[in-house]
Design a protein around this ligand. Structure first.
Ligand SMILES: [Zn+2]
Length: 546
């Protein structure tokens, strides 16, 4: 058959010498459709489908516009939404708003017909009722000790407390060497060991390790003690006692995932507890301190429910593989009568997801939807400790984590970081793109070069960056499950977590560019032949919020 065409060419050449340009095209078209008709009529059984032109992703990205982003954000981050505090009316308005958009776009929910809400059961912590005596000395909650974790109801009695020094275990130094603290009560100090020259034993430099920096040491020492089977930690850290007691002592109102109570007790203790235990506060790691200790704990909390909003586009060829796009829907609410609108944090990410969903849906309507399934996940309670995304990944992953190919998380992409020393405002910080999959990193770079040409800044991607942004937004709950992630972020600014984070300060042209970058990246991840490969292991644990 192909040969037929060649002869046509010969014929075609003949004509050109005699007539104008137009005729050849016309002839070609007529002959072409003739050929098709003959073919179709000649052999119906073969059902030749006219090849569909590959979808134009630039055109799809073109549906993501400044005006639409602005229009949506002016609603979503308006005073009417009251700063979208988790569990409060403003947050409920926010989830309805998001749901209505997916309904309007005709993008279904995985949860059932009209149900776009994954309920996230939470509890607002009230200060627990606690009693404690050591060697007959009654000690008072808040005055002498506070609970740092929400634990299960129960009581403890013991005749020994193990002095576990700094409570550290590392290659360079360990308090747990030859120690069995399973089922025991341990006393741990803040800080880490130093050499005589003032350098730290673990880092070998003047820099602290995770064992004594403010952000990490609690989690690091608690997790280790728990791993070792301790049933209670008495954490002696006098320098910060008053500050923490003020925060944790009274009804903090801190939210946590319901039923996530710890079965280990973690108490921050003041000097009086140490005095009740032992005369000297010298560190004698591994030495048992005889102590008649009695403790009782009664949790007090109020249950409340919040919602993640989930919509998804089923893949045409690989529906069992999922690309999850996420942003957090909540913010700080109203404080001292002031509304924290959270236009950038994370109103920008929330409306970006809606526009990206629209672009994907246009492709679906043209019969060229993504090959893999694309999930639009708006998580709640990010400001409360990444709770909505943790509920999704750790308790109820609506789509199997093993088949989750990647997570692209957007948190604050509407502004410029005033601390950034470059004139080029058309940038975005990328965090985590190379942490688990070099293929995802290369894909992201290539897509940007091809479509958006934004300056991709990896300043906060550094393992040792003190801000630890990698651990401070919802992608972290995917990353910790070895799912490749990219976190899109513009850095903090003067209005970060202030009532002044308002819609009039958003740079809508930059928001549009960055949204298009995420769209193109998602499109490529969802449509490339193979799922992006995980070729690296997850770095050591951390935690916090953004
Ligand atoms: Zn945020």
């Amino acid at each position: 058959m192909a040969s037929y065409l060649t002869s046509l060419n010969g014929f075609f050449l003949y004509y050109r010498t005699a007539q104008t340009q137009f005729i050849p095209i016309m002839i070609k078209k007529t002959l072409y459709s003739l050929a098709v008709i003959t073919l179709l009529s000649g052999c119906k059984s073969q059902q030749v489908v006219a090849p569909v032109a590959p979808i134009n992703t630039i055109e799809l990205a073109g549906t993501i516009t400044e005006n639409e982003l602005k229009e949506k954000l002016y609603v979503y981050a308006s005073d009417e939404f009251e700063g979208r505090e988790t569990g409060e009316p403003g947050q409920k308005k926010a989830v309805e708003y998001l749901k209505n958009h997916y309904v309007k776009l005709g993008i279904p929910s995985p949860l059932g017909d009209d149900d776009y809400f994954q309920e996230v059961p939470l509890e607002r912590m009230q200060a627990p009722d606690m009693t404690m005596t050591i060697n007959g000395t009654p000690l008072e909650a808040i005055t002498h000790y506070v609970s740092l974790s929400s634990s299960k109801d129960g009581e403890l009695t013991a005749d020994t407390v193990i002095d576990m020094g700094y409570g550290i275990e590392s290659e360079q130094y360990s308090d747990y060497k030859n120690q069995d603290v399973n089922g025991k009560i341990v006393l741990i100090r803040s800080g880490e060991p130093k050499h005589h020259d003032g350098t730290y034993v673990i880092t070998g430099t003047d820099k602290t390790s995770k064992w004594s920096n403010m952000r990490q040491q609690f989690a690091a020492k608690r997790n280790l003690a728990k791993e070792k089977g301790a049933k209670m930690v008495l954490f002696y850290y006098p320098e910060i006692y008053d500050m923490v007691a003020a925060r944790f002592g009274r009804s903090s109102g801190r939210l946590s995932l319901k039923g996530n109570a710890d079965d280990m007790y973690m108490l921050l203790v003041g000097t009086d507890v140490l005095k009740a235990l032992t005369e000297s506060d010298a560190i004698n790691a591994g030495v048992p301190i005889p102590a008649d200790l009695k403790f009782n704990y009664q949790a007090k909390s109020d249950a409340l429910t919040s919602e993640n909003v989930i919509a998804y586009i089923k893949g045409s060829e690989k529906p069992e593989e999922y690309v999850v796009l996420s942003a957090h829907l909540d913010h700080e609410g109203i404080k001292n009568g002031e509304i924290y609108n959270g236009a950038d944090d994370d109103g920008s990410g929330s409306v970006a997801l809606l526009e990206i969903a629209e672009a994907f849906q246009v492709a679906v309507e043209r019969g060229q939807g993504p090959r893999r399934s694309v999930v639009f996940l708006h998580v709640t309670a990010e400001e409360k400790g990444l709770l909505g995304s943790r509920y999704y990944t750790d308790i109820d992953p609506v789509f199997p984590l093993e088949q989750t190919v990647a997570n692209l998380n957007i948190d604050m992409i509407g502004r410029v970081d005033p601390k950034r020393e470059s004139d080029n405002r058309n940038y975005v910080y990328l965090i985590g793109s190379d942490k688990l999959s070099s293929e995802l990193h290369e894909l992201s770079e290539a897509v940007n070069q091809k479509y958006t040409n934004i300056e991709l800044d990896y300043k906060y991607n550094d393992e040792n960056d003190p801000n630890r942004f990698y651990y401070r937004s919802d992608h972290y709950n995917f990353a910790k499950n070895n799912i490749p992630i990219i976190f899109y972020f513009n850095g903090t600014h003067d209005d970060y977590h202030r009532p002044s984070d308002t819609v009039d300060k958003i740079e809508y042209d930059l928001l549009t560019n960055r949204t298009k970058l995420v769209f193109h990246t998602a499109w490529e991840v969802a449509n490339r032949e193979g799922r992006v490969k995980v070729d690296k292991a997850e770095p050591a644990a951390g935690g916090g919020t953004n």
